[in-house]
Design a protein around this ligand. Sequence first.
Ligand code: APR
Ligand code: PHB
Length: 389
Amino acid sequence: MKTQVAIIGAGPSGLLLSQLLNRAGISTIVLERQSREYVLSRIRAGVLEWGSVELLRKAGVGTRMDAEGQPHDGFHLAYNNQEFRVDVHEHTGKRMMVYGQTEVTRDLYNAQDDIGATIIHGVENVKLHDLKSNAPRVTYELDGENHKIQCDFIAGCDGFHGVSRPSIPDDIRTEYEKIYPFGWLGVLSDTPPCADELIYANHRRGFALASMRSPTRSRYYIQVPLTDKVENWSDDAFWDELKRRLPVEHANALVTGPSIEKSIAPLRSFVCEPMQHGTLFLCGDAAHIVPPTGAKGLNLALSDVHYLFEALQVHFNTGNSEQLANYSKTALDRIWKAIRFSWSMTTLLHRFPDQTDFDQHIQESELRYTAQSNAAQTSIAENYVGLPY
Ligand code: APR
Ligand code: PHB
């Protein structure tokens, strides 16, 4: 088989890249290890930056998002039973869209079906070859048979555990990592959200987040020790702990119900440099991970795809490869800013195992300062809604 761009992974990065390239007349083949049903059953984050919203519209997948997504003009920060609102729209002129990653992925799959794109599921043993030549290849197995794709470029969109990143030789690749000493226990439930906008809460017992997917579906999280097991958290225990950590007014308004998904995720920051090697380009979780506190994971994946798509389009249309050569540098500039923002939100809002009263005072005074300072709120708002591409 032959294609212009072979894409490894059919998460949001791979599917969006394939969608944009196909619409620009550039051929792709997407290889995905899992089944489509499996990909669509993964529950992930749900807040889109303004740039992500515009990019999805440009890719022709904005219709359902615009009809069913919930535009949010702000969010709330809570601490010590106090709460204030960051009016993102007032500070930036932009807003967020609350629309689940699962729905974004579903819309991308449907759009790919409509244009007849090639997505091959259930592939095994994917390997990348001759990355430094002008004729790279991808080999894989499907149902026990060996296959080969010849291509011009390979996009590694295969997430944190994929094969693409390790295909960049060790002596060329630098990895930066920070592991946080806690996780998030998340619950999805078919109950109305306890507030109209998201609430991020600093509490002495640990961080809590009230989020949502729709007017009838809520998503809540509480910080837990990494040693906790999800099976030891009953729904009742989760709701009780969440109520303790949310401001009283919202705890009282909380409607509880059976969880339809419950899981614990560790928190880490991770960056791989460079994000390209010869004809291979990494996008999304394959190259970087953020803790979920700033809702940046999906949004960063989408901005990587934007940069890579633009660079590939210029290359194929004009033969000029300068943008492509600068892809890693361009993408990493924005990624490190989001890494910093997610780290600072995580540091501000979580209870660390060795935290002293001094540390707690520092967190609370930063929150009080932010509550009272227009400049501080502008800074949080512009990072939260997404820095420009
Ligand atoms: N061969 C083929 N496919 C693979 C391989 C492999 N060796 N390894 C992983 N994959 C597939 C995974 O099954 C997955 O469907 O690559 C896909 C990667 O998708 P994601 O992990 O969703 O990564 P990405 O598309 O970059 O999305 C960015 O934003 O909110 C965050 O972490 C969240 O997934 C989210 C991410
Ligand atoms: C979510 O709704 O899953 C969500 C929202 C905001 C975050 C993280 C997760 O910062």
